[in-house]
Design a protein around this ligand. Structure first.
Ligand code: PMP
Length: 294
């Protein structure tokens, strides 16, 4: 992916894609001190641009990193990157990481670097599989206790759990994996939140030890606007037996129906379809930002 055409915004200016490099002794590489975002632009506008920047800064704060730009500068840089790549519908990946001045666990003085890349990324899951619902494995790895790590941060270190889970799932022929949390409650997929449908109402885990996705919050708003009841609560794995529909939500995944999780089966139905359509409309500009309706 490092030979792509175009430019990447890096530390304040654009560099050719293939030259956007960092030193091998970067703290971000050795000790995972990096935080990032995943965003999508539709029709030339970044959906929830400000909310993603707010979360990037919150993640950095949780990791003790100070991003050396204002939020406004980052928002402007994201929009410039999208325009420079000549794209209207695209995925954006801002990332901030600790640099290479000092080597060791402690690197308090290391420079915080920042980059923004942007590319076309049409569908996260195979479009044909999406139709009938993707298949999820149940991961053996669990989301950690909030006392183990700041688990609401979108931080690189936390993604090792996801990569381990997803690689294992893919090796067994699944599209992704559902992870439980350290207590054994249902948590999320490796890059998306999870929702279930039962008797016309939505049920989704309380995000108390995993990412409270921006898509998740958008879908909750869209459901409530349509009179669909939304329950955010502790969900136990055995409950999956009684759920009728299931879908994932995420910036990359958007709203993706799930047909299978381990031994459990779901059939994408009316509520899933309603929310797929509602989300597809909501992301088109001009969109109503979450912070405007909250
Ligand atoms: N959980 C994880 C682990 C993720 O990587 C993502 C994608 N950022 C999500 C949930 C969904 O978050 P969002 O809707 O903000 O993209």
């Amino acid at each position: 992916f490092d030979q792509h055409e175009g430019d990447i915004w890096m530390d304040g200016s654009f560099v050719p894609w293939k030259d956007a490099k960092l030193h091998v002794l970067s703290h971000g590489l050795h000790y995972a001190s990096a935080v990032f975002e995943g965003e999508r632009a539709y029709g030339g506008e970044i959906f929830e641009c400000e909310a993603h920047t707010d979360r990037l800064f919150a993640s950095a704060d949780a990791m003790g990193m100070i991003i050396p730009y204002s939020k406004e500068a980052i928002n402007a840089a994201k929009r410039e990157t999208l325009a420079r790549m000549g794209l209207t519908d695209a995925y954006l990946r801002p990332i901030a990481w600790r640099g290479s001045e000092m080597m060791g666990v402690s690197a308090q003085q290391n420079t915080i670097h920042m980059a923004i890349a942007c590319w076309a990324w049409p569908s996260y899951f195979d479009p044909a599989a999406r139709e009938k619902g993707i298949r999820l494995d149940i991961s053996e790895w669990r989301r950690p206790d909030p006392r183990t790590i700041p688990c609401h941060a979108k931080a690189a270190g936390l993604y090792m759990i996801c990569t381990l889970s997803k690689h294992k799932a893919e090796s067994k022929g699944y599209a992704d994996a559902l992870m439980f949390d350290w207590r054994g409650h249902i948590a999320e997929a490796t890059g998306a939140n999870v929702f279930f449908v039962k008797d016309g109402a939505l049920h989704t885990p309380t995000p108390d030890c995993f990412l409270d996705g921006i898509t998740r919050r958008t879908v909750i708003r869209l459901a409530r606007e349509r009179g669909i009841e939304v329950n955010q609560r502790t969900i136990m794995p055995e409950e999956m037996e009684s759920f009728e529909e299931c879908f994932l939500t995420g910036t990359a995944a958007e709203v993706t129906p799930v047909g299978e999780i381990g031994p459990y089966r779901f059939v994408p139905g009316e509520i899933t379809r309603t929310l797929i359509d509602a989300y597809a409309k909501a992301v088109q500009p001009p969109h109503v930002a979450l912070r405007e309706v909250a």
